[in-house]
Structure formats: C-alpha cells, structure tokens
Design a protein around this ligand. Structure first.
Ligand code: HSE
Length: 310
C-alpha cells in the first residue's frame, strides 16, 4: 500500500463546449454540477486509480482518461512520484457536458496543486487533451480548457496550443437539459462533414466574433444574435429528441440563445438573469415531460473559477 504524502479533494465542474458558433474552440464552465475526486501523491512511482463510484469506468490507467492525462503530466515531470486517484462521478458519460473532460482536467489540476504548481494552464490543457483523445478519438480542448481556467475560454489555435480566457458578463446564466440517452462524442463527430461552404463559414466566424465582442461589452442582445450554428447543428440536432421544440420554448421564454451542448444530447440555453434561466428551465421541462425520455435539468451561473479544492 503506497504511503500518501499529500492528498486533496476537488470539485471538477461540468462544461458546455462549442456554444453554437465556436465548434471545438469555445466553451464555458458550470458551477452546480461536477465530479469529485481525491488525488494523492505518494513515494511509490506510478499512477493508480484506486476507486471509481457513480460510473462503470475502467480502473486501468491506460484505459481511463484521468490515468492517461496524469501519465502525460508525469512524463514531463523531473522526479519519479506516485499518484493515486479516486473518482466520484456525478456527470454521466455521453451527456455532452464534459464528463471525460472533468476527470482528465480534474486529475492533472490536482496533481499540479500537490506538486506546488510547476505547470502552466496551457501545459495542463495539453495533458488533459490526451484524455479527450482517449475518450472520443479527438484531442479537442473546448471542455478541458474552461474546466481548468473557469469562465469562457477560446482555443485561438491548436498548433501551437493557445487558449485564452474570455470575460464573463455578471448576469449571464445557463440552463442545461440532459436527456438521459447516451450520445458518444465519436458518433456525433462521425456525422459531420469535413468540408464547409464558404457562405456558411462566413456566417459562423461573423457570429464567433460577435459573441466574443458581446462578452466583453456585456451586450446581451449581441450575445443572443451570435448564438447561431449553421454548420454543425443541422447535422447533429436530429440525434436529439425534441430539439427544435426545446429551442423554441427556450427562446419564447426569453433565452438569449439555445443550442447543442458539446456533442449532445444535452441542450443549453444562455439567459440574462436567474429569473429568465428559471423560466427557460420550466418551459423545456414541459416539453420533455411529454416524452418517454427521462432527463435532468441544471441551472447555473458561469463558474469563473473552474476546478477547486473542497
Ligand atoms: N467540440 C467537441 C464536439 C466537444 O463537439 O465534438 C465534445 O464535447
């Protein structure tokens, strides 16, 4: 049994990636839903996952996103140390709110804390992306970045990796409905086309610029106008029951915009103020109550801190 020299318990938040206009580059962090993890450092070299509760995931470090991410970190650390990981999953796999990202980002963030912070955010994002690659076949950073940095993040470039934390307007709230069906990110990536019409690309980058400008100027109408996805949503929304009705109901209740959360099946809506976010939640609940699909609804402020010790 390895002797732990240091140990911390953390909250690893759920995240919403893409935010309609920023496929693979935009994401934001929630604060009412997330996993818990206990990470310990020991003098017995190697990474060990000692406990997983709340999900049927592999303990084998090479098959577990947290294990793979920590191994990537340790390969870049000078001394030989041991890491033990306990995972208490609250975010369901295949939910579209960054379940794998919470585990991989949480694990590397905690190890970095225990080691006194030798790695930068950009380095931790790169380690956590190895976990995303294992989970979905693609090393995207738009969930791990907001989990690690908090708030809204933009992946300006993947090669070289350049991630920017954006401004969060005070009153912005997010409502998320998670239909309890699993959509694997790898499956919902396989329905995408590799080529985009120039006309659509122009619309999308206009919206991405508009969204970011809206965040900084706290122009909620501009944020709303920019939450449009003409490239990915038409292909993926057919995988999500009642997608159009949920979107219509959210907008009718005053949501600024509504779209697919990450690769789905969760749907997110951004609103100005808690009252509107609550009304949006009630309206989309009514839509889903008429179906046979079970669901969870989360209402959250934007979590500007990201992962934290609890
Ligand atoms: N950007 C990724 C995708 C996020 O949409 O496939 C996956 O959560």
């Amino acid at each position: 049994m390895p002797i732990h020299t240091k140990s911390i318990k953390i909250f690893a938040p759920a995240t919403v990636a893409n935010l309609s206009c920023g496929f693979d580059v935009l994401g934001c962090c929630l604060d009412t839903v997330g996993d818990e993890m206990v990470i310990s450092i020991s003098s017995t070299p190697g990474t060990r996952i000692t406990k997983i509760e709340g999900a049927n995931l592999p303990l084998d470090t090479k098959k577990n996103v947290a294990g793979v991410a920590v191994e990537a970190l340790l390969e870049n650390y000078d001394s030989e140390i041991g890491v033990e990981i306990e995972i208490y999953k609250k975010i369901k796999a295949g939910s579209g709110i960054g379940s794998s990202a919470a585990s991989s980002a949480g694990a590397v963030w905690a190890v970095n804390q225990l080691l006194g912070g030798p790695f930068t955010h950009q380095e931790l994002i790169a380690f956590a992306m190895k976990g995303e690659k294992l989970a979905s076949g693609n090393a995207h950073a738009d969930n791990v970045a907001p989990a690690l940095m908090g708030g809204f993040t933009l992946v300006r470039s993947y090669t070289p990796l350049d991630v920017i934390k954006l401004h969060t307007p005070q009153d912005l709230m997010i409502t998320v409905i998670h239909p309890l069906i699993e959509v694997k990110t790898s499956d919902s990536r396989s329905v995408l086309k590799q080529k985009v019409m120039l006309k659509k690309a122009i619309q999308q980058w206009g919206n991405l610029g508009g969204f970011i400008s809206g965040l900084y100027t706290e122009d909620y109408d501009l944020i709303g106008r920019s939450l449009e996805d003409v490239i990915i949503e038409p292909l993926r929304s057919i995988l999500i029951p009642e997608y159009d009705n949920v979107k219509q109901a959210a907008i009718a209740q005053g949501a600024l915009g509504c779209g697919i959360s990450g690769s789905g099946p969760s749907i997110y809506a951004l609103s100005k103020g808690a009252d509107t976010a609550e009304k949006v939640a009630n309206a989309i609940r009514e839509v889903y109550k008429k179906t046979a699909v079970s669901f969870d609804i989360h209402i959250s402020k934007i979590n500007t801190q990201g992962i934290k010790i609890i």
